[in-house]
Write a new protein. Sequence first.
Length: 418
Amino acid sequence: MSEKIFPISQARLEEIIKDYPTPFHIYDEKAIRQNLRRLFAAFSWAPSFREHYAVKAAPNPYLLEIMREEGAGADCSSLAELHLAEMAGITGEKIMLTSNDTPADEFQKALELGAIINLDDISHIDYLEKNAGFPSCMAFRFNPGDCIEGNSIIGQPEEAKYGLTREQLFEAYAKARSKGVKRFGLHTMVISNELHADSFINTARLMFELAVEIKEKLGICLEFTDLGGGIGIPYRPKENAVNLEEVGAGIHQAYQEIIEPAGLGNLAIALELGRAITGPYGYLVSTVLHEKHTYKDYIGLDSCMANLMRPAMYGAYHHIAVVGKENKPCDHVYDVTGSLCENNDKFAIDRRLPKIDIGDRLVMFDTGAHGHAMGFNYNGKLRSAELLLQEDGSIKLIRRAETLDDYFSTLHFPGSKF
Ligand SMILES: *Cc1c(COP(=O)(O)O)cnc(C)c1O
């Protein structure tokens, strides 16, 4: 069971809304910091442990500053994300570039920042040499093919566009070494939003065995293995959170069994969690604009799938609370919708909720990762503001809401007043 409790009282929320109209995402700084500390503690056994926060989950430099202060780095997969990391003061090997189909300017920026560059394909060695040069530390992304089961979000590894095959991997390390690269890591990411601790422990075993084989066959002692992101969160109240301590202990055991006897005992462990770090600590707050009763009962919000795409895109569940009615019986069944001209713009379908009235505030839970980040402008919808509930209880606007001027700013249309 995971409890869904919004950390702000109804009265305080109304004060906040006076300054910052809905819709907005709000993030709980204290909870994010506590969570990061818990993660670092779960891996304190490792000779070196790194968390490169997956910037794409919540690409806001204020959040990245929190990561930096807690000792985490950044996993970037685009030029903009590299700039965001730099803005937040994350530099050097605290940054890892894990991109795919990578353009030259990303490699160049990563090199300028002194980042670790993680290559998605063997052909990128030549491309990198030609277009940017080599970093001090390089990694390769392993796609285990049919050696491991994926899960439903990320799919079967064999069908995934990412990474190198096993044969290519050995060839790639040898090739990069022959070109003068001396420091290496190994990366994989095969699961997404996974709630079973065993999946991560099994991935670690597979990677550790591979690290040993790389040492035996090529004489290369890897500096780190990066087990990717993908730790899930309990979006549904009946689901349980992944026990980070159990994952840490399970990986520790595999490390003692596989890595230490092979003489690789300095191998660092890296993760690039996004969702599990900020996901549960972000909330989308909206106001009910309309109710509509036709063949079904609809509640229309001032937000839409441009603010939170996961329900429409994956049929994902996001828990909803009606502020001030948390203890009322859920004796109504609603479709909770946004205003986009797409019938799948529904935050919830046939959801049991208390009786809702126009003007009620609705809180959607678990929007702290892949929430605002996935926003878009289809149908002229504008992205919302992002707020930070700071540790002292005060509110900081960390991104203002988009305006029509923003929306039209890329048009050079004669006579436009924008
Ligand atoms: C998206 C992504 C992550 C983060 O995934 P989460 O599910 O948010 O943990 C990490 N690494 C890579 C390469 C990714 O593409």
